[in-house]
Design a protein around this ligand. Structure first.
Ligand SMILES: *[C@@H]1O[C@H](CO)[C@@H](O)[C@H](O)[C@H]1NC(C)=O
Ligand SMILES: *[C@@H]1O[C@H](CO)[C@@H](O)[C@H](O)[C@H]1NC(C)=O
Ligand SMILES: *[C@@H]1O[C@H](CO)[C@@H](O)[C@H](O)[C@H]1NC(C)=O
Ligand SMILES: *[C@@H]1O[C@H](CO)[C@@H](O)[C@H](O)[C@H]1NC(C)=O
Length: 387
């Protein structure tokens, strides 16, 4: 049990008779479950509350107590009958004035024990980041807290209003890479599937900073920055246009061509390549002028030869999206990247894998997709529209 909860329980056990007595005095502490009992009938009190078993203890500890009632219930269930009787007896000797004084003390304490809301916690973390005297550890802790807090959309929606996005974006420029990594992670989480935050971050011009970090020699920094970058522009044509104008495709091409890159980076790149291609076909009026070039497409095609299966699969998905994204991509893949023979070679590899293993359903799906894409390049020039 948490020390805090233990202390709370001890306090409440001693307060129960007081609160109950106050109730008889028509005090403002007014709870329905307090009404069903008599302050001195402690044995009855305890057995009734145990039978009622309103909430599970774990739930209440995890979620905090949402009322005085539930705190009392909990304390009664967890208290020793003799302690309760002793405390009840002690409270009988108090006169009116003393009871009233205790009452206000209890109410005050209850207020101060109120669990802070997520907004309170975000404000505290943000204040720590705003404070120029905060230490490295303070900042790290604040960012870790925000990482948890921004997960629900109602919190990430509030982050900018509370001044949070600006301070987290500033952390991207810290000398300590641990802070830069955490900050990128927070921004990625906050903007994931959240158009409001995506737009706020684009207005804060976060893309150039993140793109610089993606080129970091520290793999973890590059991975988290690419995660954030992808989250800010995914499914978001306005962000993708900014990305193209900053020559984002060269960045992706370089990463994909770098054979020393971590496979996580390759896979994240391929995921983004596929998303860019899909948005390009969906919003062609805005994005069609950013057609991919041969180098970029070759970098994707070459990852079909990656050693790990997962990367191969992501590369194939990206090619599938690119095939349908524009006529130019289709023609380059067909005539310059010789996609048909590359896919044919891959099919032979996959066939061999299927022969040698008895658990090959996912490989079979992979093979089917491969054949489907190859056939799109076999049906003459209209193949793209037949996909
Ligand atoms: C307190 O409880 C009494 C009795 O149930 C009720 O009449 C009264 O309205 C309640 N007061 C408040 C503030 O809830
Ligand atoms: C209540 O008790 C306190 C201390 O025991 C005493 O000072 C006070 O005068 C008492 N008040 C009344 C109204 O009896
Ligand atoms: C800023 O941080 C320092 C060091 O932790 C602390 O002493 C100070 O109270 C903080 N200032 C504000 C305004 O929170
Ligand atoms: C599947 O292959 C493993 C070894 O690759 C073998 O031990 C196992 O018996 C095979 N299972 C079946 C159902 O053929």
């Amino acid at each position: 049990m948490e020390p805090f909860v233990r202390a709370l329980a001890a306090f409440l056990i001693l307060s129960i008779p007081l609160v109950l007595a106050l109730d008889e005095h028509k005090s403002s502490v007014n709870g329905s479950s307090i009404m069903w009992t008599n302050a001195l009938d402690v044995d009855d009190l305890q057995s009734r509350s145990a039978n009622e078993g309103i909430h599970s203890t774990d739930e209440e500890i995890d979620g905090g107590f949402n009322s005085l009632d539930s705190m009392l219930q909990w304390a009664i269930e967890h208290s020793d009958p003799d302690t309760l009787k002793g405390a009840a007896h002690a409270s009988q000797s108090l006169n009116d004035t003393e009871l009233k004084a205790r009452q206000s003390a209890i109410v005050e304490l209850m207020e101060s024990m109120r669990m802070p809301s997520d907004a309170d916690l975000m404000k505290i973390a943000i204040a720590d980041l705003q404070n120029s005297s905060s230490s490295f550890e303070d900042r790290q802790r604040a960012l870790q807290e925000l990482l948890e807090l921004v997960e629900p959309i109602y919190n990430s929606n509030d982050l900018h209003k509370l001044g949070g996005l600006v301070v987290v974006v500033n952390e991207l420029n810290r000398a300590e890479k641990e802070l830069r990594i955490l900050a990128a992670w927070v921004l990625g989480k906050a903007s994931q599937n959240n158009e409001l935050v995506q737009n706020q971050l684009l207005e804060l011009n976060v893309l150039p900073t993140l793109m610089g970090m993606v080129r970091s020699s520290c793999t973890e920094e590059a991975v988290k920055a690419l995660y954030a970058l992808s989250a800010v522009i995914r499914n978001h044509p306005v962000g993708q246009e900014q990305f193209y104008l900053l020559d984002g495709t060269s960045l992706l091409k370089d990463l994909m061509k770098d054979t020393t890159s971590d496979t996580r980076l390759h896979r994240k790149c391929l995921f983004l390549v596929a998303d860019l291609a899909e948005q390009q076909s969906e919003f062609s009026e805005v994005l069609s002028k950013y057609d991919p070039n041969k180098d970029y497409l070759m970098a994707v095609v070459n990852l079909l030869d990656a050693e790990d299966f997962d990367t191969k699969e992501k590369a194939l998905m990206a090619i599938h999206s690119l095939t349908g994204s524009s006529d130019i991509a289709y023609h380059l893949l067909k005539h310059e990247c010789h996609i048909k023979s590359v896919l044919h070679r891959l099919e032979l590899q996959l066939d061999a894998v299927i022969q040698s293993t008895n658990d090959s359903d996912s490989v079979k799906d992979f093979l089917l997709l491969c054949q489907k894409i190859r056939s799109m390049f076999s049906n003459g020039e209209e193949g793209r529209s037949n996909q």
